[in-house]
Structure formats: structure tokens, C-alpha cells
Design a protein around this ligand. Structure first.
Ligand code: BGC
Length: 762
């Protein structure tokens, strides 16, 4: 006893001198860690460490405007201290992985590491080179979101994102800030190239495959932007007014699918307001719906610099504030001290972050190689992009005949092909393949006009460089009718590329040169089509853009039109593979191409058109995309789900049988043409008359065949749950499925129904 007392006494004597012993983060002690953390430490865990050079986005009128980090002051201080100025600035942004969008706060005493967050949807975005380091850190620019969605193929998305996730893991990043899944409500949204579709089922299913692919590497995703971020104009606070039915059925549905099916590690809240409340302060969507109804078990982070009040963000269920500012940190501490923020809510946010931290590469000391398999990924990009390309028109011109050797290649984007959009969705790739290079790689000869155009593009590009906000766009070069005639004489065929660039922070416009062709583009296309048709030769248009443009005024001029989107760094090779028939395009439109812009139901209330840009009312309610065109009988130019192939397919044997929680749908698809190809089949369901007004039909399932040889038949099987048929009824505040007879259609597009059947629900 005396011995023990003496020992204890000596221990007590030593203790004040030794370092306190803290619990070290492990799977079973998150609560005890939280109990040991100071208020300041907790606030630090939920506020990012603010790395990066981007400034906060332009604030919507009436919002609090916060300053960007003061780099001038840092530079001044470094100069005064005689230290290397650039070193001081890059040290700030470097963190564990230079060029990553953000990093979490680390507390060594508790073994809590700071996780690393980096963009973005088309591939990892980090700095490709580092000061004082001769190694390279390039990433693959994979096909962008619209291409993935147009593939209508979850397996393809999984395969591509599994490769993308390898780059995330091997470059030491913990969480990829992707996928971006907001609905294409209007074709002018600047980020539609990152987003998937106008249809929530397609968006949600693609997102599920995407998250599964990335997370199969042991790294996380951040599904963004939650929610209703369907425009970029005044994105930092624009107030979106919509009904709860539209919110749930159209704008949240995709998120619901991915949360339930693939369990993303994180969700990124959006900048905008939803019915008056900022998304990042919106308890209704962040806590009640996301966690309460859908069972989300990861953590929510803000979009970058989205802040009005850090304490309110935490209280709403927004666990991590990125990239983190001092204001937010102060607001959280003041909030707890003044009783305005319940400390238990802060503890919950810390717990959510630590739970995911346990899974991270950084926590698990993953020995990343900085050497992902870029050449395999380039090959994957090249070969799979064609499966999202959409053949809109073809009178037999494509694929090129064996006799085609000499090509007249028009359009500046043929020589400076766009492979991704601007902003955080851009990737620092090692190279890109332009279309002129793709065609010459495949052995085609480019005729005279190519020399003029490529010299023009080179000259225009001199001094331009790509940065976060800008991918340089070259004005179109004018083609005289004499040039077109000469080209027609010298060449077997003309290929004419039309490109458009877009990115975050701004929406597109209805002007000429954007939604409409510019005068030069229209004149060039007319001159080229006239000259080539006079010479009995064909013209192919390639659309090289992340979204869509007005086409009714010119689509009859060329003989074939291929929508190649922004297909990733192998663009020129991928497009060539389709043009020459090495690959059969099997993409289908994830978005309706209307006859004219004014036909879109959102045209009157897209922010740029309504005169009050800080507010937008989604008056069309649930009637977005084909749901509107179909129900109201408005003619489209190319419907949702449309896409031609170099072969033809016949559908047969549609069967609908009750199974488990819903219905199994089976059918056969036969390749009735002369070349091998894949076909994606869409299953639409029309509801019986019921309590609520329903769209004429809604996509409820889709599936794609494998590669079918001529004459070969493939079988497809899909499942629809009864709950998938429900609509949100605001009167009863719940989902309702009306009883009655439902019609099921197997379709090649929203306007090409091949087979139908019925089933009943009691
Ligand atoms: C974008 C996000 C992106 C973040 C970090 C923001 O400007 O809206 O999509 O993940 O920056 O780069």
C-alpha cells in the first residue's frame, strides 16, 4: 500500500512536467476524442485550412461579400523578411498535394490528419508541376459528365471512374469533389457539361456508378451541388423558388438515388438559396431529408467560399466549411459561447468528419506512388468516349467509305479541339489530341485549307494560356466561297467542327456565337455545304461542346451530324474512331434539343432572362425536359434519348412480371444491320389518371446491350420498384402511388416507342 502511495505521489510530481496524453483517433474512440477536444479544436476540424488561390465567387445582390486571402500582404511580408516571395505564396497553397482544392485541419496530438480534397468530375485536378521538383503530376482528362450520361451505360461509367479513382488514390488525395449531378433545367447553364441530364433517374444512376467506381479505390467522393444549382448567374446566393414536388421529384431525386445506392463519403452543398434559405444553411435538405429520410452517413461540406454564417451552417447539418475562413471559425466559437449554436451539433459535425477520416488514405498512411497508370487511362478514354457520342443525323455519309482519303477540315476547333470545360471541372492533362491530329494519326490526308486554318489557329493562340477560369476560345476564321470550292475539288469529304466553351461562374447566352451560330459560322457552313454538294461530295458536322446549341436553322445543310461533346484528352482520336467506323457511336441524348430556345419551359425564367437575376422561379414545376415536351405536345428537334447507330436494332419479347418489391422487365434486342453495335433501351412508364397531374411518361429504367454482332440478339433485364412510381403529394406531405393500370414502353428515344405492355398496381 505504502509503496503504491509513494509511487503515485512520485507520478503526480512528474505529471505536470510531461506532455498530456490524448486519445489517438481509432475506430472506437471518436466520442472520447470529442470529449477531449477544446472548443477551438472542434471549430478547426469543421473549418478547412483555406488553401488555394481562387477568390470567392461573385456574391448575389444582398449577400455578405467576404474578401479573398490577402496574397499581396503575404508577398509584402515575404519581401520585407527577405524570403523567396513565390516560395511564400506557393507554400500557402501547397499543402500535402499541391493544387488540391482544399485540406482539412490536422491535430497531431489526437492523431487526426487533415484530409485532402481535390476536383473534379472529369478527372483529378492538381498542379501538374511543382516548384523545385522535376517530377510531373499530370492527370487524365476523362470524358466529361454529359458524355458519360449519353452512354446510358452504368458499367462504362464504373470502368472510367475506377480508373479516375486510381489517380485520386495514387496522387495522395482523399476525396474527389465529384460527381456533379444537377439537372439540365436549361441548356444555357454554364456547368451542364459537368452535369449528367435533364432526367433525375439517368443522373442518379450515372452518379451511383460514378461513386462506386471512385470509391472502389478506397477514396471518397463529394456528390455536388446539393441542391438546385441549375444556373451559374449569381450562383453565390441566387434564390430559387420551387414547389416541394419539383424539389423532390426532379432536383433531389438523383441525389436520393446515389445516396441510397452507393453511399458517397460526402455531399457538397450548393451556393444558392432554396425558397429563401441558403443551401449550406438549409436544415430541411441537409438534415431532415438527407440524413433523416435517406439515411446518409457521410459528411456534408460547403461549396468553396459559400458562407454567410458558419454557426448557422453547422447548425443546419453542414459539417465541413470549405475551404474555410476565419469568419466561420469565429462565428462557430462565438455561436457556442453565446448559446446560439448548440455544442452538441458541433460535436455531431466533428463526429461525422472523423468517421469518414478513419477510412481515408491519409489516416491509413497509404503509401501513394504519384505514378498512376496514365497510359492505360488514356487508352480507356480514347476507346470509351465514342460510346457517349451521339449521331444525330446520317444519310449514309458516316462512317467514311473506304475510298475516303482526303479530308477538308473546317472550324477552328478541329485544330484546337475542346476536351473539357473551364473552372474546377477542367483537368491539368499532359496533352490533348486535336481532331486534325486524330485524322492524320488514322492515315487521312488533310487538304490545303487545313494549312491555312492551322496556321491561323497557331497565330491566334500565341500568348493565350489556359487557366482556372479560362479556356481560350479562338474566333472562327472566315471561309470564302472560293476557298470552299477549292477544298471541294481537292478533297473527298468535308468535316466541319463547331465548338463552344463554358464553365462555372457564368451561364451561356442566347446570342450569336453561343446558343446560335455566329454569322461567320453560318456563312462558312453554307459556303462549304454548297461547294461540296455542287461537287457531289458530303459534309459532316462535329459538335464539340459540353451542351447543345440551336440547330433547326442549319441542321438540313450537312449530310451527317455527330455530337462529340467534350470527350476528354484523346478527343481527336476518339472522334476519328467514330468518323471512320472503327467505333460505332452508341450515345443517346441525355437532354432534349428543342426547335428553338423559347420552347424550353424554363426560357422565361432562367436568371438572365427574368430581370431579377438574384431570384428565379421554377414555374414549369416538374415539367422539365421531355416531361414537358411530351406532355404538352411541343415538337422537339431531337428528343431526349435519341441517337443513331451505324446499325439498326429490333426490339421484341417485352415482358413485365411482378417480382419482389415491383416488376421485372425483360426484352430482346436484335442487331438487324451489317456492323456490330450497342443499343441502349429506355423504359418509360405512363401512370393511370390519379390524384396528381403526371407527365405523359417518365423514364423508370434503362439498360444497354453488350456489343452485338450483326444478327445477334441480346437480352436485357431491368427492375422497377413500386415506390419508383410514386409522386410527391404536398397535400398529404408524402409519396403516393396511384392504383390502376400503368403502361410500360420500351423505347429507342422519348419519341420512338418500340414496344409496350401494361401492369397494374392495387
Ligand atoms: C465549385 C465546386 C468545386 C470547388 C472547389 C467551386 O467553385 O463550384 O464545384 O468543387 O470550387 O474547387
Amino acid at each position: 500500500m505504502t509503496i503504491i502511495t509513494t509511487a503515485l505521489a512520485s507520478l503526480m510530481a512528474i505529471l505536470p512536467l510531461s506532455k498530456p496524453v490524448y486519445p489517438v483517433l481509432g475506430p472506437n474512440n471518436i466520442q472520447s476524442i470529442i470529449r477531449s477536444l477544446t472548443l477551438e479544436q472542434k471549430a478547426s476540424i469543421v473549418v478547412g485550412t483555406n488553401r488555394g488561390f481562387m477568390s470567392p465567387p461573385e456574391a448575389a445582390p444582398g449577400m455578405v461579400v467576404r474578401p479573398a486571402p490577402d496574397f499581396q500582404a503575404m508577398i509584402a511580408q515575404a519581401s520585407a523578411e527577405g524570403t523567396d516571395v513565390m516560395e511564400a505564396v506557393t507554400a500557402f497553397s501547397r499543402g500535402k498535394v499541391q493544387g488540391a482544392a482544399g485540406e482539412g485541419y490536422k491535430i497531431d496530438d489526437f492523431g487526426i490528419p487533415g484530409m485532402v480534397y481535390a476536383d473534379g468530375p472529369a478527372g483529378l485536378r492538381i498542379d501538374p508541376t511543382r516548384r523545385g521538383d522535376d517530377k510531373e503530376y499530370y492527370c487524365t482528362a476523362f470524358p466529361t459528365g454529359a458524355v458519360l450520361a449519353a452512354s446510358f451505360d452504368q458499367d462504362l461509367v464504373f470502368e472510367i471512374t475506377r480508373a479516375m479513382g486510381e489517380e485520386v488514390r495514387e496522387y495522395g488525395v482523399d476525396i474527389l469533389l465529384a460527381p456533379a449531378i444537377n439537372i439540365h433545367r436549361n441548356p444555357l447553364c454554364g456547368r451542364n457539361f459537368e452535369y449528367f441530364s435533364e432526367d433525375p433517374l439517368l443522373a442518379g444512376k450515372m452518379a451511383s456508378a460514378y461513386v462506386a467506381g471512385i470509391q472502389s479505390n478506397g477514396v471518397g467522393t463529394s456528390v455536388k451541388h446539393f441542391a438546385v444549382n441549375n444556373q451559374e448567374t449569381y450562383r453565390n446566393g441566387i434564390d430559387v423558388h420551387l414547389t416541394e414536388r419539383a424539389l423532390r421529384e426532379i432536383y433531389l431525386k438523383g441525389f436520393e438515388i446515389v445516396v441510397k445506392e452507393s453511399k458517397p463519403w460526402t455531399i457538397m452543398s450548393s451556393y444558392n438559396k432554396i425558397n429563401g434559405v441558403l443551401a449550406s444553411e438549409n436544415k430541411f435538405i441537409l438534415t431532415d431529408i438527407l440524413r433523416g429520410e435517406w439515411g446518409f452517413d457521410g459528411f456534408v461540406m460547403t461549396d468553396w467560399w459559400a458562407e454567410e454564417n458558419g454557426a448557422r451552417q453547422i447548425a443546419a447539418g453542414n459539417d465541413l466549411l470549405m475551404p474555410g475562413t476565419k469568419h466561420q471559425w469565429d462565428e462557430i466559437i462565438d455561436g457556442v459561447r453565446s448559446g446560439r449554436l448548440d455544442e452538441a451539433l458541433l460535436d455531431k459535425a466533428v463526429e461525422n468528419i472523423l468517421r469518414i477520416t478513419l477510412r481515408s488514405s491519409t489516416f491509413n498512411h497509404y503509401n501513394y506512388s504519384n505514378k498512376p497508370n496514365l497510359s492505360d487511362h488514356a487508352f480507356l478514354t480514347r476507346t470509351r468516349a465514342s460510346e457517349g457520342m451521339v449521331l444525330l443525323k446520317n444519310d449514309g455519309t458516316l462512317p467514311f467509305s473506304k475510298k475516303t482519303k482526303k479530308i477538308a477540315l473546317f472550324g477552328v476547333d478541329s485544330y484546337d479541339t475542346l476536351v473539357g470545360g473551364s473552372g474546377s471541372g477542367n483537368v491539368n492533362r499532359k496533352y490533348k489530341v486535336n481532331l486534325d491530329e486524330g485524322l492524320t494519326n488514322a492515315g487521312y490526308t488533310l487538304t490545303g485549307v487545313s494549312d491555312q486554318l492551322s496556321a491561323y489557329v497557331k497565330e491566334q493562340k500565341a500568348g493565350m494560356s489556359e487557366n482556372f477560369w479560362t479556356v481560350p476560345v479562338i474566333p472562327e476564321m472566315s471561309i470564302s466561297s472560293d476557298m470552299a470550292k477549292k477544298a471541294a475539288k481537292e478533297s473527298d469529304i468535308a468535316v466541319f467542327t463547331i465548338g463552344r466553351m463554358a464553365g462555372e461562374g457564368g451561364d451561356r447566352t442566347t446570342e450569336k456565337g453561343d446558343w446560335q451560330l455566329s454569322d461567320t459560322e453560318m456563312e462558312n457552313l453554307s459556303a462549304v455545304c454548297k461547294a461540296f454538294h455542287d461537287a457531289k461530295k458530303k459534309v459532316v458536322v462535329v459538335l464539340n461542346m459540353g451542351s447543345i446549341i440551336e440547330m433547326a436553322s442549319w441542321k438540313d445543310l450537312p449530310d451527317a451530324i455527330l455530337h462529340a461533346w467534350l470527350p476528354g484528352q484523346e478527343a481527336g482520336n476518339s472522334i476519328t474512331d467514330v468518323l471512320c467506323g472503327n467505333a460505332n457511336p452508341s450515345g443517346k441524348l441525355p437532354t432534349t434539343i428543342a426547335v428553338k430556345y423559347e420552347d424550353y419551359p424554363s426560357a422565361d425564367n432562367f436568371p438572365m432572362s427574368n430581370g431579377t437575376p438574384s431570384e428565379v422561379c421554377y414555374d414549369e414545376d416538374i415539367f422539365v425536359g421531355y416531361r414537358y415536351f411530351d406532355t404538352k405536345g411541343v415538337k422537339t428537334l431531337y428528343p431526349f434519348g435519341f441517337g443513331l447507330s451505324y446499325t439498326t436494332f429490333q426490339y421484341s419479347d417485352l415482358n413485365v412480371t411482378p417480382a419482389g418489391d415491383g416488376f421485372d422487365i425483360t426484352l430482346n434486342v436484335k442487331n438487324t444491320g451489317k456492323v456490330e453495335g450497342k443499343e441502349s433501351v429506355q423504359i418509360y412508364v405512363s401512370a393511370p389518371e390519379g390524384r396528381l397531374l403526371k407527365p405523359a411518361k417518365e423514364l423508370k429504367a434503362f439498360s444497354k446491350t453488350g456489343l452485338l454482332a450483326p444478327g445477334q440478339t441480346g437480352s436485357l433485364k431491368m427492375h422497377i420498384k413500386k415506390e419508383d412510381l410514386a409522386s410527391w403529394d404536398s397535400r398529404s406531405d408524402g409519396w403516393v402511388t396511384d392504383p390502376g393500370t400503368y403502361t410500360v414502353c420500351a423505347a429507342a428515344s422519348a419519341e420512338d416507342i418500340r414496344l409496350s405492355s401494361t401492369f397494374s398496381v392495387e
